[in-house]
Ligand binder design. Structure first.
Ligand code: ATP
Length: 285
C-alpha cells in the first residue's frame, strides 16, 4: 500500500475540527484526486501524510507511507525525515529558491543520497547533474536549467518542482493544489506531466484540486472531502454534478464553478443532472 490512513482526526488549538476520523488506503501506482471546497481539509490531510503535522492523539490512529509509519496515535515517528525523503511534494507556491538556478533547485532532490557538504558547496556529482538535466527535459524546460528560478513563469516553476521529485526518485508524489495559481494552459501541462510520471514511472500521485474537471480528466479515482470527512471515494466517472450537489449542497457551486472559470467561461449554474458522458473521462492509466 502506498498510503494508509487510519482513524485520523485533527482538531486545532482554536477548536476548529479540520479532519474527522479519516480512513483511506491508496495502492502503489494509483493517481487520486483529493477534491473539496475551500476549508474542507485537503491541505491539512496532505500535511499530516507528510508528517508536517501530528493528528489528534486517538488510540489506533496511524499514517503509513510506502509501508513506513509516519505517525501513530498522534505522534510523529522519529524516522519521519527519512520517509519524507522518499516522498515528493509539489505545492501551490512551487517552493523553489528564487535566487538559485533552476538546475540547482532540481538537484536539491538528490541531497538525501549525498553527503551534507554537497548541498553546502553546491558541488554535485556529474551523474546527479545528468539526472537533473534529464528530469528537466522530461518536464519540457531543459533550456531553463541555468536561469534563476525567479525568472520562470508559474507553470515553468511548477514543472521544475516536479522535476525535483523525479530527481529525488520519489515513488509517492503529493501535490497540494499544484495548479491553483496557474492559467488554464499551464494547468493542463502540469496535470499532464503528473499523469505521465504516474503512467511511465508507476508513481503514486495524490493531487488536491479545486477544479473538478481536472480531477475527472486526469484521475481515475476521486476522494472528496467535506468538512473534514470523506464523503465520496470511488471512480471519477461516477461523480456526476447531481452527486456533487447531494454531497456538498450549496458548496457544490464552488467546485463546479471553479471548473467553468478555469476554461475562461463565465461561471454558469451547472446542470443538475448532466449525463456522465458529458463529463470529461479520466485518461487511461
Ligand atoms: N493552523 C490552523 N489553525 C486553525 N485552523 C486551521 C489551521 N489550518 C487549517 N485550519 C482550518 O482547518 C480547515 C481545513 O483547512 P485546509 O487548509 O486543510 O482546507 P483546504 O481544503 O485545503 O482549503 P483550500 O482549498 O482553501 O486550501 C479550515 O477550516 C481551516 O480554517
Amino acid at each position: 500500500m502506498a498510503l494508509r490512513i487510519e482513524k485520523l482526526s485533527k482538531r486545532f488549538a482554536n477548536g476548529k475540527t479540520a479532519l474527522s476520523n479519516i480512513d483511506l488506503d491508496i495502492r502503489q501506482g494509483e493517481m487520486v484526486a483529493l477534491i473539496g471546497a475551500s476549508g474542507s481539509g485537503k491541505s491539512t490531510l496532505l500535511r499530516h501524510v507528510a508528517g508536517l503535522m501530528a493528528g489528534d492523539a486517538v488510540q489506533g490512529s496511524r499514517i503509513e507511507v510506502a509501508g513506513q509509519c509516519v505517525q501513530r496515535d498522534g505522534r510523529i515517528q522519529p524516522e519521519v525525515r527519512r520517509i519524507r525523503s522518499q516522498v515528493g511534494f509539489v505545492f501551490q507556491q512551487f517552493n523553489l529558491v528564487d535566487r538559485l538556478p533552476v538546475l540547482v533547485n532540481v538537484l536539491v532532490g538528490s541531497l538525501h543520497r549525498l553527503p551534507w557538504w554537497r548541498g553546502w558547496t553546491r558541488w554535485f556529482p556529474a551523474q546527479e547533474r545528468r539526472r537533473a538535466v534529464e528530469a528537466l527535459a522530461r518536464v519540457g524546460i531543459a533550456e531553463c536549467a541555468p536561469q534563476r528560478a525567479s525568472t520562470l513563469s508559474g507553470g515553468q516553476q511548477q514543472r521544475a518542482a516536479i522535476a525535483r521529485t523525479l530527481v529525488q526518485g520519489a515513488k509517492v508524489v503529493l501535490a497540494d493544489e499544484p495548479i491553483a495559481s496557474l492559467d488554464p494552459e499551464s494547468s493542463r501541462k502540469v496535470m499532464e506531466i503528473l499523469a505521465r510520471i504516474h503512467r511511465e514511472d508507476g508513481c503514486t500521485v495524490v493531487v488536491s484540486l479545486h477544479q473538478i474537471d481536472m480531477a475527472l480528466r486526469y484521475c481515475p479515482r476521486v476522494v472528496a472531502l467535506h468538512q473534514g470527512r470523506v464523503v465520496y471515494d470511488g471512480p471519477a466517472r461516477e461523480l456526476t454534478p447531481a452527486l456533487l450537489r447531494s454531497l456538498y449542497g450549496m458548496q457544490a457551486d464552488e467546485i463546479l464553478n471553479g471548473s467553468a472559470s478555469l476554461h475562461g467561461a463565465a461561471p454558469a449554474p451547472a446542470p443538475v443532472a448532466a449525463p456522465v458522458a458529458a463529463w470529461p473521462q479520466p485518461v487511461a492509466a
